[in-house]
Structure formats: C-alpha cells, structure tokens
Design a protein around this ligand. Structure first.
Ligand SMILES: Nc1ncnc2c1ncn2[C@@H]1O[C@H](COP(=O)(O)OP(=O)(O)OP(=O)(O)O)[C@@H](O)[C@H]1O
Ligand SMILES: [Mg+2]
Length: 458
C-alpha cells in the first residue's frame, strides 16, 4: 500500500504508449485512441500478484535445446483441429474472438471434452457465468467429463494460483475482458488490464506447460476489443463468425505461429451444440437458384480444402454521377479492376451502371482465381443471361483480358465433379497440364471474351 502508481497513456488501436495524453496517437496516427493506464509492474510485484516463481532463463545453445515431443493434442473436433494447424500445441496461447452469442463458450466447452481425454485436467474459468450456468450448458451439450473443472472467477491472481495447484493441461479463460489484476488500477476490460492479464496468462502457460485459451470480445467494427497487442501476445488468433439468422458458423485462424492461416472450419449451431459440417460446398450452394442471371459457381480453395461458393452480381442502371460499386465477400479493388477489364477488353460498358457483387453464405473469397467468375457474373447480370445449370468457372484474369493459370486446378475440378457439376470453364494453360481425366466437360479459354461466350446461356 502507499506505493505511487505511475500512470501513462496507451493507444487502444496499436498499443503505443505516451507519457502524456495527446489527441493523435504518435504510433498509428489515429485520433482519440489514447486511454489512461498504469505502467506495468515490477517483477517483484508480479510475483506478489500470484505469478509462480519460475527459475530465471539463461542463454542456451540452439543445438542443446531439448526438442520436446510437441505432439499436438486433438480436441476431438476435426474442424477445430484443422484450423489450429492439426491440434493444440502444448503450452501455446490462443485467442478466440467473435460476436456476442456466436458460440465461443460453446465451442470451447466442446473442445474441453476432447482435451480432457489426454490425461491432464482442463480448467474452465468463467468470468461471465456461474459454475451452475456453465454446467447447464455443459449438460445441454452432453459434456460430462470428470476431467473438466469449472471456476467462476475474475481475479487473475486467484486464477493463476488455482491453475498452479490443479496443474491442468489446458486453461480456458472466458473472457479476458472480465479478468483483472489487483496489482493494476483500472476497471476490468481497460486496455492496461486486458493487455497485462493476457500477457501474464500466456507467459504462465509457456512456463508451466499449460495450453491457454482466451475468449476475447469484439468491438462494433469486429476487431478484438482491447489493444492490438493482444494479438501479438498469443500464438494463435481465431475468429468465430456467422451470418445473423443462419445457423452456420465459420472458424478462421487469422494468425497462427504453428500452422496455416488459410484453413477454415465450418459448423452448424444446434440445440445439442456445434456440429461439424462435413460437406460445406453443399451447404453454401443449398439455397442457390439456377434461374437467376448474374450468379455463378466458383470452386475456391480455402487453405487445403476445395469449397464451391456462389458469386452473385447485380448490375443496374445508375442515376448517380459516380456509379456505385459495392462488394461483400470479395476485394473491392479487384471488382473495380474486373469492371475496367470488361469495359476495355470485352466490350461490356459499365460506365453508367451500378455494380453490386456478393459471395453468398457469408464467406470471403480473396483468391485471384475468382477473377473469371467475377467477370462472368457481372457480364451475365448486365446482359441478363442465365448461366446454364451445372457450370462452374475459375481462372485469373490479367490486365490484357488474358486468362491465366491458377494453382490447384485438379482439386477444384474434383470438387466440382463431386458436387454434380457437368461443365467447367477454366484457363487453357491449366487444361493442358491436367494429368487425369475428369467426368466433366472442360471448356478451356484464353481470353475473358472467350469465357463470356462459353458461359453465356440463352
Ligand atoms: N437451446 C438451444 N438451442 C439452440 N441453440 C442454442 C440453445 N441455447 C443456446 N443456443 C445457441 O448458442 C448461442 C450462445 O452460445 P455461447 O453462449 O457459446 O455464445 P458466446 O459466443 O459465448 O456468447 P457471449 O459472447 O455472450 O459469451 C446462442 O446464440 C444460440 O445460437
Ligand atoms: Mg460466452
């Protein structure tokens, strides 16, 4: 008591600190993002604050570092393991963000069941719900393992000391915004508290060999609330997303120190919990109508898996001086580029047309391989032509209107054949290099103009 707490200011966007308050962050240039926080405590105070006394580190030769058999632990949910890069790496720290009510607590409770089966207990700390409320959800989900321990707690010191006593294999903290350390001033959820508590939990996990999962709230804009540095503190950042009104949820890794960030996991929310969707292509195409102009199926690759998605375009006459270009699920600049290519190289005049492009199902497609599908959808809507049913399109389009080869063509064709498609428009250079025969009518094209005439129906 009595120790004077030094206060400084930190940016909520980039984490830059400043000794005095300024309107514009010196780090990222954003306005009004600096908030007051206490300076991180000394080592002595940290130890007082419940951190176990780990031996001091010393430099070790790279060749002498013992390789731990870092066998990843499966959480029993294949889609979750895939997004994590093939299972949970021991002593790693993972941050899971997502909108309120999307199912963050649900998926972690379901994952806890699988993780508790690896011999060591799982400690699920909830700062938002009582043990009885978590139990209620666990019963609904059919999670009844004795290896799962519940604790309703928000004090970092008590969480750390309970974890030290129990020595679990996994610690789940739901959510990091509710945790506070009495060592720091500021309310739970303030920048300083969130950053320091997350850092201490991650550090503790690394030293004690405990995998740590932190649930993070998201801001109105969809970023994880609290400082951006939160994403630097952890090894993996996962986002759980879903469209309002749809039962489907997509789990994505936006950062992964131990695996690819391209993988996605697809789930369906049911009363008995989140179930894996084994056939996401079927799900994304389930509401598709073959009779609408301007829609097309594109065989995308998400990470290592093929996924058929529906690209939709709506082109209508504009009454604005600057016609509108609106995109959802695809890069805005890419659509502008494709519109310019269509205009110049394919004679589709869009200068007085509003163009709206959407990828159905709430999925995001960022591959250049989607270029040709975008062009065909926009031109299809402009000319009000319906693409014959059973047609899929992929290929990259260059500035000259030429259609270029894309990676993993065989995987895309396989998925299209599997889902019952009969014709695929693809880059000619890809078609020449195919090693196997596909039960599909292949329509190789060299130029975007050629592709438009190939897909054009009646
Ligand atoms: N009986 C039920 N039947 C079907 N779905 C349910 C049922 N109970 C809850 N759900 C689903 O679970 C969701 C809540 O899940 P969960 O509590 O895991 O979300 P969360 O992301 O942890 O939310 P928060 O941010 O508020 O903690 C609800 O939005 C609803 O979709
Ligand atoms: Mg929750």
């Amino acid at each position: 008591m009595g120790a004077k707490v030094k206060v400084e200011f930190a940016c909520t966007a980039c984490g830059t600190s400043s000794p005095k308050w300024v309107g514009k962050c010196p780090g990222c240039g954003e306005w009004n993002t600096l908030v007051e926080e206490a300076v991180a405590s000394s080592t002595a105070t940290r130890q007082r604050a419940g951190m176990p006394d780990f031996p001091a580190s010393r430099p070790v030769r790279l060749t002498e570092v013992e390789e731990t058999a870092s066998s990843r632990a499966s959480c029993g949910i294949a889609e979750f393991d895939r997004v994590m890069g093939g299972g949970v790496v021991p002593a790693s720290a993972t941050l899971l963000g997502g909108d309120p009510g999307i199912g963050k607590s649900t998926i972690l409770l379901q994952a806890a069941r699988g993780l508790a089966r690896h011999g060591k207990p799982v400690l699920y700390v909830s700062g938002e719900e009582s043990e009885a409320q978590v139990k209620l959800r666990a019963t609904r989900l059919g999670v009844t393992d004795a290896g799962i321990y519940l604790m309703s707690e928000t004090s970092l010191e008590r969480i750390l000391s309970a974890t030290g006593e129990l020595s679990p294999g996994t610690l789940i903290v739901d959510s990091i915004q509710t945790v506070f350390s009495s060592d720091l001033p500021g309310a739970p959820g303030s920048v300083g508290q969130v950053r320091e508590c997350a850092a201490r939990l991650a550090f503790f996990g690394k030293k004690a060999g405990v995998s740590v999962f932190l649930v993070g709230h998201v801001t109105k804009e969809g970023a994880i609330a609290g400082p951006r540095v939160l994403e630097h503190i952890v090894d993996t950042v996962l986002y759980f997303e879903g469209e309002k009104g749809h039962p489907y949820r997509i789990l994505k890794a936006v950062k992964n120190r131990f695996g690819s960030t391209n993988e996605i996991g697809v789930f369906e929310m049911r009363a008995e919990g989140l179930t894996e969707v084994a056939d996401p292509s079927g799900m994304f195409l389930s509401e598709r109508s073959d009779e609408t102009s301007g829609t097309l199926v594109f065989p995308a690759i998400e990470g290592t898996r093929p996924l058929l998605v529906e690209v939709q375009a709506l082109v209508s006459q504009s009454f604005l001086a600057m016609p509108r270009r609106t995109t959802l699920g695809v890069d805005y600049n890419r659509v502008i580029l494709m519109c310019a290519i269509l205009e110049k190289k394919a004679g589709v005049s869009l200068y007085n047309q509003d163009v709206f492009v959407n990828v159905a199902g709430g999925i995001r497609v960022d591959e250049p391989a989607a270029d040709l599908a975008l062009c065909c959808a926009v031109a299809g809507s402009f000319k009000d032509r319906v693409v014959p049913p059973g047609t899929a399109v992929f290929g990259e389009v260059g500035l000259g209107g030429e259609v270029r080869a894309v990676p993993m063509a065989e995987m895309r064709l396989n998925e299209a054949a599997k889902m019952g498609f009969s014709r695929v428009v693809l880059p000619a250079s890809n078609a020449e290099r195919l090693g196997v025969k596909f039960p599909l009518e292949l329509l190789p094209v060299h130029h975007v103009k050629e592709a438009l005439s190939r897909v054009a129906g009646k």
